[in-house]
Structure formats: C-alpha cells, structure tokens
Design a protein around this ligand. Structure first.
Ligand SMILES: NC(=O)c1ccc[n+]([C@@H]2O[C@H](COP(=O)([O-])OP(=O)(O)OC[C@H]3O[C@@H](n4cnc5c(N)ncnc54)[C@H](OP(=O)(O)O)[C@@H]3O)[C@@H](O)[C@H]2O)c1
Length: 335
C-alpha cells in the first residue's frame, strides 16, 4: 500500500471508536514496513489503550525502523495511558506520519518531542479527511462558546419532512434509520424543536449497533417551556437527562456548552433547522434524501431561511456522499 492508502486505512480503523472514546478523539494507526502493512491499531474505548500503542504492540519487533502512520499527532503526556511518544521510541520506529496536529494543549507536542529524539515526523497526509472525522473534537478547542452543531434531516425529493398532518414516520428506509442510530451514538446530545417533541413524541435514545459509552443527553428547544409531562422525553428524564432550552439560540447553545455538551445533533424540525441556519449556528448538515414526494402541504425541511441573491449564496463543502438503501446520504460542512 502507499502511505496515503495506509492513512486512509488508519482513518477507517479510527471509526471503530465511534460512540466509545469521547471526549477523546477518534484515532487509528498502522505500522508500515516499506509498502507492507504490518499491523493495525485503534483507540477503542475511553481510558484504554491508544491506537499507536495497539499497532506497535501487534507489530512487535517488525516496528523497528518502520513507519507509524497515525490519524492524529501522538500524545506526549501521561493521562489514563502512558505517553504514546514513549511507546514509539521504545519500539524503535524510524518515521511517524500524522494526519493532524493535536489541538489539545495537555496532550500536544508529541511531534517536537519525537523530532528531538531523532525520529522523522511528517504531518499533513489526508489532513482534510482527518479533520472531517474529528470535527467535533477540533471544534472544542477552536470554539469554546458553543457545541459543534450538526443538523440531520430526512427529506422528500421536494424538501418536506412531514405530511400536512405532521406525520413523518417513515420518510426514510430501514438502512437510513440504522445510520441515524449509529450517528447519534457519537454525539454528546440530540436535540429537536418543541413542535417535533409534541408531534412525534420521540425518545431520542440510541438503539443501534453501537452502544454509546455515555448515552447522549436529550435537548428540546422550546421557548414556551411547557412540554406536556406525558411526553417520553419528560417521562424518562430520570434515566437519561432531558434539557429544555427556552433562551434565544446563541444563549441556549452557550448554556449547553457550559454543561459539557461539546457536540450536538439537531434532528429537526424545519423551523428549528431554519432558525439555526439563519443564525449561522450549523457546522454540518447530514441530509438523508428519500425518493418520494409530499407536495406543498407537507412540512418544509428548512423553514424561514431568508432568501439570498445567487451571488451571495453560501456554498457548502461536500464531505461524504453515499447510498443508504433507496435513500441517499449527503454530508456537507459550512466553509
Ligand atoms: N423527517 C425528519 O427528519 C423530521 C425530523 C424532525 C421533525 N419532523 C417533523 O417536523 C414537524 C415539526 O417541524 P416544525 O418545523 O413544525 O417545528 P420544529 O422545528 O420541531 O419546532 C419549532 C420549535 O422550535 C422552537 N424554538 C426555540 N427557539 C427557537 C428559535 N430561536 N427560532 C425558532 N424556533 C425556536 C419553537 O419554539 P416557539 O414555540 O417558541 O416558537 C418551536 O417550539 C413534525 O411534524 C415532525 O414530524 C421531521
């Protein structure tokens, strides 16, 4: 394999920690001897072995003089695990290829420490892909004022999220719904608007292949603040916290961040989606598009977004695109 292919593999492996490693980043690593992939590692569980240590342990003596390809700069600090830089030096690795610098002021500096010890270090291979994968983690250090906000909607071909009676179960198919549960597992909190909470009575729990280490909190944006006590979100608040936000959007998001919500997945409805977008508070949009039509009487996916002349329209960056059964997933990031 080439070094880029090895890094792509490291990024694939890193996903195995989704839902299990927060607040740590997702990290994958491979040991490369020439063009031969010798061993693989990933950070699987918060507080447990780091990706580099796993890959080096599996490589054994074959790590000597080899290249360690890792999706994030190796850490240089002793936390719940010993510093990865120690393991790298002990293994006799000749070269380290990292996708990204570590923004965490406590853990960073691994690159300098390895360079000082005579290990060749290069940073930047597949840096964009790695930044997309760890967007929530990176956001935490760049913007301490609010969580990383991702919007997720399942819409019809004509951009509707429910019919005239407010029914939205189900616009998307089974594969898209499995994906939605996988997605939830990696967020600190899942949010909906007050009208969705009332209309759908969702539980916003994670019921998929990944069981999150810490179940995401549930959040309802509702300026009236008078959700009926019969709603599932209210009834089960003793098991999984439910936070009801009545403040204006930026203040509400600041309050969430102050409660250690660093990543928020907003699952609609259309008015909340439009209000967040209009305020410039959405970092990523997961759009699931399903092949059906609901027509004008359906609920719009994005309501109340002010119109713009074409030259002022903001164009977002496509970071992922794939089929989920009959549905299509498009993931775009604000630039
Ligand atoms: N297909 C899908 O993916 C999907 C996902 C979710 C929902 N849905 C469907 O969407 C429908 C509900 O959507 P909707 O657009 O009618 O309502 P919505 O977005 O769910 O609810 C709007 C709510 O957000 C609250 N809010 C709080 N702060 C706000 C702010 N700054 N700006 C605007 N709103 C704010 C509003 O409070 P106030 O009352 O104070 O204005 C209101 O309660 C339901 O039928 C549901 O089934 C579909």
């Amino acid at each position: 394999v080439t070094e880029r292919e090895a890094m792509a593999r490291a990024l694939d492996l890193a996903w195995r920690g989704w839902g299990r490693v927060q607040p740590n980043p997702l990290v994958g690593a491979v040991v490369l001897d020439g063009r031969t992939l010798v061993a693989e590692g990933w950070h699987a569980e918060y507080g447990q072995q780091h990706a580099e240590a796993m890959a080096l342990e599996r490589a054994g003596s074959r790590a000597r003089g080899a290249t360690l390809v890792v999706s994030l700069e190796p850490c240089a600090h002793a936390g719940k695990q010993p510093p990865c830089t120690d393991a790298i030096l002990r293994a006799g690795v000749g070269r380290v290829l990292a996708a990204l610098r570590d923004p965490n002021p406590v853990a960073r500096g691994g690159a300098e420490m390895l360079l000082d010890a005579g290990v060749h270090v290069e940073v930047g291979t597949l840096a964009e892909e790695a930044a997309v994968q760890n967007a929530g983690f990176l956001h935490r250090y760049r913007n301490p004022d609010r969580p990383f906000v991702a919007l997720k909607l399942a819409t019809t071909l004509d951009g509707r999220i429910a019919d005239h009676a407010g029914r939205s179960r189900w616009i998307s198919g089974a594969e898209a719904r499995d994906y939605a549960h996988w997605l939830r597992a990696g967020f600190d909190a899942i949010a909906v608007g007050g009208r969705t909470a009332r209309a759908d009575d969702p539980s916003l729990t994670v019921r998929g292949s990944v069981v999150p280490r810490v179940p995401p909190k549930r959040v309802v944006f509702d300026r009236q603040g008078d959700l009926p006590p019969s709603l599932a979100l209210v009834r089960t608040a003793g098991e999984i916290p439910t936070i009801i936000l009545t403040a204006p959007l930026p203040a509400a998001l600041r309050a969430l961040r102050a409660q250690d919500v660093t990543t928020l997945l907003v699952e609609g409805g259309g008015r909340l989606a439009g209000a967040l977008l209009a305020a410039g508070l959405v970092d990523r949009y997961y759009w699931i598009q399903s092949p059906l039509w609901l027509g004008e009487s359906g609920v719009p996916a994005i309501a109340g977004l002010p119109g713009l002349p074409l030259e002022d329209a903001s164009r977002w960056r496509v970071v992922e695109r794939r089929a989920l059964g009959e549905d299509t997933l498009l993931v775009v990031d604000r630039v």
